[in-house]
Design a protein around this ligand. Structure first.
Ligand SMILES: Cc1ncc(COP(=O)(O)O)c(C=O)c1O
Length: 390
């Protein structure tokens, strides 16, 4: 691969990356939307974490760990087109959303708009605030694949604090028109909060182009760095006015002053941080994200589009329902197939050497850039066999 390479990642380039993933020695892995597999460089990074801990003890914080956490923020910032001080670290999407949700004053505007297709933890942040009079207004999907823009337009109004929704829906792969949703929110004087877990790493993301206020992502899935590390982007102009009501000493402007009586926030997104981060995740996360930066999100997206197109084509030929957008420009790395008895189907496919998963009523197939057309062909043949045998 050269820096000037364009077009989808080639088979040869993909094969070079695939060689770094031991998981392919025993299974055809097509479940990156659930959990990205570990590459050898991620495994080495975790070993390095253990060595640094063992070598230095507490000074590892200064010598290795804080720089590694900063590197993780820098990689994520680069992947979403943000500045590093607009990005902070969290532990899960739930904790990240919870920090963001705590910055709103709901007395003027008490509604948050979410989609019925969103991952539950998104609306849960506000359903949990019922006692404070906060209400979640759900927009719904008529086709169970995507939500029409008009539904957001109708739901957002003078009482809307924010639209909080996904960039890519976890159970359909549909890419939402986030820039348009940001316009709808802003026109009504509301904010937009986006969960980009299934976007960053699978499609190019630029938070400035999207014009979002908050954007959350993490290393669990498409960024290939494992669980326990998420990020919150905050639009620079908003940082100074944010007053989170959950906090911790990592959110303090001068945490090593140990001034228990005063909480001063920094003018960076770190004012949304909580307590001591899980440092091992930064080692794994940087190694995972480096591979995505290197392979280039634009080229990854094109390869994923070709692979998911292939899944769709073969599924249609075999007569399975497809509950994902048929147009590859509206779809990220997830294709949902309507088959009979999905749970048993996934187990039977597992026995035949394929890793995919299911959601209610559907099998979920999610190729990443290291997958190939022959993975897809073999999976779809095996699916036919399994369906015939049920
Ligand atoms: C879109 C989306 N958001 C969030 C999560 C998980 O949230 P958390 O990090 O809080 O477990 C998932 C699934 O793992 C998801 O698919």
């Amino acid at each position: 691969m050269t820096e000037t390479a364009t077009g989808p990642l080639s088979d040869a380039e993909a094969a070079k990356y695939r060689d770094e993933f031991p998981i392919f020695d025993h299974t055809i892995y097509l479940n990156s939307c659930s959990l990205g597999p570990p590459s050898r460089r991620v495994q080495n990074a975790l070993r390095q974490y253990a060595e640094d801990w063992s070598q230095y003890g507490a000074p590892a914080w200064w010598l290795r760990w804080l720089p590694q956490l900063e590197a993780a923020k820098e990689r994520f910032a680069r992947l979403i087109g943000a500045d590093v001080d607009e990005v902070t670290i969290s532990h899960s999407v739930s904790s990240a959303l919870s920090s963001v949700a705590s910055t709103f004053d709901y007395s003027d505007r008490s509604e948050v708009v979410c989609a019925d297709l969103d991952f539950p933890t998104i609306p849960y942040q506000w359903l949990a605030k019922r006692r404070d009079g906060v209400r979640v207004r759900f927009v719904s999907s008529p086709d169970r694949i995507a939500v029409p823009e008009a539904a957001y337009q109708q739901a957002v109004g003078r009482n809307t604090a924010a639209i909080a929704t996904s960039h890519v829906f976890y159970a359909t792969g549909a890419i939402q028109p986030v820039r348009r949703l940001a316009e709808i929110a802003h026109d009504a004087g509301a904010r937009i909060i986006v969960d980009g877990y299934h976007a960053v790493g699978a499609i190019p993301v630029n938070v400035k182009d999207l014009d979002v206020d908050f954007y959350i992502g993490g290393t669990l899935k498409w960024l290939l760095g494992g669980p326990g590390l998420t990020f919150i982007y905050v639009r620079r102009e908003l940082i100074a006015e944010l007053q989170p009501t959950i906090s911790g000493w990592f959110a303090s402007a001068d945490q090593f002053a140990f001034d228990a009586e005063h909480l001063e926030w920094p003018d960076t997104a770190d004012r949304l941080e909580l307590g001591t981060p899980a440092v091992a995740t930064a080692y794994a996360g940087v190694a995972g994200m480096d591979m995505i930066v290197e392979a280039e999100p634009g080229r990854i997206q094109q390869r994923i589009q070709a692979l998911t197109d292939d899944v769709v084509r073969r599924a249609q030929r075999a007569g399975y329902g497809v509950f994902s957008p048929l147009d590859s420009t509206e779809r990220a790395g997830i294709v949902m197939l309507e088959v009979s008895r999905p749970q048993e189907t996934v187990a039977a496919l597992g026995q035949r050497g394929f890793t995919v998963d299911y959601r209610p009523g559907l099998v979920r197939v999610s190729p990443h850039f290291y997958n190939t057309e022959s993975d897809v062909a073999a999976l779809m043949d095996a699916l036919d066999d399994v369906q015939a045998s049920l």
